[in-house]
Ligand binder design. Structure first.
Ligand SMILES: O=C([O-])C(=O)C[C@H](O)[C@@H](O)C(=O)[O-]
Ligand SMILES: [Mg+2]
Length: 429
């Protein structure tokens, strides 16, 4: 069997159109940034991966990249060690506070994960195996995803849009009727079962009204609400009481394990998180305070596939459910999330994905196929991740990155274009 060695690492930032989705931190800007990683090898095999495209992440990826030259794509312990050594002194950074606090472990984990996924893709291409087979074998050939519902505007605020920006055709969704209509379109298009509403935007009772409207319109669909820690403990307790029996889980109503623990003791609703358990060192406190019942994993910051499998084992140990978190992403990450979810037996909730909001991609069409009866993505069949890079699209979206001027995600400044006095307050309600 061949063991390709890394000869070159190419990191290409891209910007993709993104609609004005509202959240606790403000509103999405017209462009979201991603980085496409190509690991080139001495055997011609190229491993692909996708990471955040903000400047701190790009700097870290580019700083760590030279340390990988000469490494076998199978030497994942070597990869972990080289990246950890190279990035030992970097300033911790995070894409957004909506995925929890920045820490060195997460910052280094982001780079390890980004390169590790590309190594797995290269391993698959070298052996003819799919990534899910390299991760222990697929326990499912279709991965269920949830509809990711957002309050949103029809258009970005004046002053936000960049060159060639064209609004999408979803219109606004600012009340229960708008959210139900958005959910209907997602269910009709993809067949999603679970429906997740991104909250933390409006008065919590108005968001609970939207959940009740979703329950009435979709009696058999599991529902989730995620205020991204924008509620106080008292508000969380009150709204959790109101929503008991209506949600499969309540995600990050309030911030931090102590507050989440207090809310957990006051409600029968399972609490889920991608904010207070986002790295291994946060787990002991969550266990001690019994603050969460479900963890949303994310290979992008937990440190890659192998770290995600380790997290799955820890969730199993403590009887925690496992779900999957998403930030705006493209087809390489969707393939990576799907292979991982296919290989984790206890991933027992439908995964989040921003896919329905993404209108541009760097992968060739065809490899990522939805079962629109069940809202599931078929595990790609080709070797490795099973997706191919469209180099014309990569070049165009890289040019868009160069032209658009966005370099870090800043939902709060985008919000201030519409509401000049708007301040980030956590919690707001
Ligand atoms: O589940 C979550 O907390 C997220 O998906 C965080 C994201 O950043 C989301 O809020 C977004 O895209 O605005
Ligand atoms: Mg969340």
């Amino acid at each position: 069997m061949s063991a390709p060695k890394i000869t070159d690492v190419v990191v290409t930032p891209v910007a993709v159109l993104d609609p004005p989705l509202l959240n606790a931190s403000g509103v999405h800007e017209p462009y979201q940034l991603r980085a496409v990683i190509e690991l080139r090898t001495d055997e011609g095999v190229v491993g692909l991966s996708e990471a955040y495209g903000d400047t701190p992440t790009l700097n870290n990826l580019r700083k760590a990249a030279p340390s990988l030259i000469g490494l076998s794509v199978f030497d994942l312990n070597g990869l972990t060690q080289r990246v950890a050594v190279t990035l030992a002194g970097v300033t911790p950074s995070t894409l957004t506070d909506l995925v929890g606090k920045a820490s060195l472990q997460k910052t280094v984990g982001q780079a390890i994960g980004a390169f590790e996924v590309a190594c797995f893709d290269a391993q698959g291409k070298a052996t003819g195996l799919r990534v899910c087979d390299l991760l222990g074998g697929a326990v499912r050939e279709e991965v269920p995803y949830s509809a990711y519902l957002f309050y949103r505007w029809a258009k970005h605020p004046a002053g936000a849009t960049g060159p060639d920006y064209e609004d999408d055709d979803w219109g606004d969704a600012l009340d229960p009727a708008g959210i139900v209509a958005q959910a209907q379109r997602m269910v009709d298009t993809y067949g999603f079962a679970s429906l997740k509403l991104k909250g933390g935007v409006f008065d919590p009772d108005a968001e609970a009204d939207a959940i009740e409207a979703l329950r009435a319109a979709f009696p058999g669909h599991p529902l989730r609400l995620d205020p991204n820690a924008n509620w106080s403990v008292e508000t969380s307790k009150r709204i959790a009481k109101r929503l008991e029996g209506l949600l499969e889980y309540l995600e990050d109503p309030t911030g931090g394990n102590p507050g989440m623990g207090e809310v957990a003791r006051a409600t029968s609703l399972p609490l889920a998180t991608n904010m207070c358990v986002t790295a291994f060192q946060e787990i002991p406190e969550a266990v001690a305070l019994d603050s969460v019942r479900v963890v949303l994993s994310d290979h992008h910051y937990w440190g890659g596939f192998r770290a995600s499998l380790k997290l799955a084992g820890i969730c199993e140990t403590f009887g925690w459910g496992l779900s999957m978190h998403s930030n705006t992403h493209l087809g390489i990450s969707l393939a990576a999330m799907t292979h991982l979810a296919a290989a984790v037996p206890n991933l027992n909730y439908a995964c989040d994905t921003h896919s329905p909001w993404t209108r541009e991609d760097v992968v060739r069409p065809g490899a990522l196929e939805w079962n629109t009866a069940t809202g599931s993505l078929l595990v790609p069949g080709g070797a490795g991740l099973g997706v191919e890079l469209d180099y014309d699209a990569l070049e165009r979206l890289n040019r868009q990155y160069e032209d658009c001027g966005v370099r870090v995600r800043d939902d709060a400044s985008a919000m201030r274009l519409a509401e000049p006095g708007w301040e980030l307050r956590t919690p707001r309600f």
